[in-house]
Design a binder for this molecule. Structure first.
Ligand code: URA
Length: 187
């Protein structure tokens, strides 16, 4: 059994926090296990919870549009979330849920060994930057989106707006597309 298969089985069986009681399917992640770019969102929403696939609802449509604008295919990247199970009614993740769940994300990153981690939105950016030694650089996403942060690991971190912002405000799409152009050189 591969390391990824072991991890998948562990996540499916996970009862470490109460979210397993209310979720339908865990959303482990999707894409290439050799991806150079990992996208990390916040937590599954209703569509993801039903299908087990990350970013397959309204925000996912925007993500697809952004990837296409940079000529990147979903199959070339890996897409996952901070939390693997949907919080009821899409409430914000709790600190203890993040603490309990993120060793799975860390393991995914360890196996994939990406060159870039793109954090989608404030939660993901806050967690990943803190975890990988950039706590002192954390600011709101509107300040730091599109910046490239070196880490002591073999990857850089690029904070990005969460694609859902363009579902609330379509005018944001051009700004999001501009940030995605940065990613072309990493694929
Ligand atoms: N929003 C996220 O942060 N992740 C998903 O998988 C879907 C929507």
């Amino acid at each position: 059994m591969s390391e990824f298969e072991k991890l998948r089985d562990e996540i499916i069986a996970c009862k470490k926090c109460s979210l397993y009681e209310t979720r339908t399917l865990p959303v482990i992640g999707q894409g290439s296990h050799k991806a150079k770019i990992v996208f990390c969102g916040e937590a599954p929403g209703a569509s993801e919870d039903k299908t087990g696939r990350p970013f397959c609802g309204a925000a996912g449509k925007i993500l697809d549009e952004l990837l296409e604008s940079a000529s990147i295919k979903r199959e070339q990247v890996y897409i996952c979330n901070i939390l693997k199970c949907r919080p009821p009614s899409n409430r914000n993740p709790k600190t203890e849920e993040i603490e309990i769940c993120t060793p799975y994300l860390e393991k995914q990153i360890e196996i994939i060994k990406p060159k870039v981690i793109c954090t989608l939105g404030n939660y993901s950016t806050g967690f990943i930057m803190e975890r990988y030694g950039l706590a002192d650089k954390i600011q709101g996403i509107s300040k730091i989106h599109g910046q490239v942060f070196e880490t002591e690991q073999d990857f850089v971190i690029i904070p990005l707006y969460h694609p859902a912002v363009a579902t609330y405000n379509r005018n944001m799409i051009e700004e999001l597309k501009k940030d995605f152009q940065l990613l072309k050189k990493y694929v």
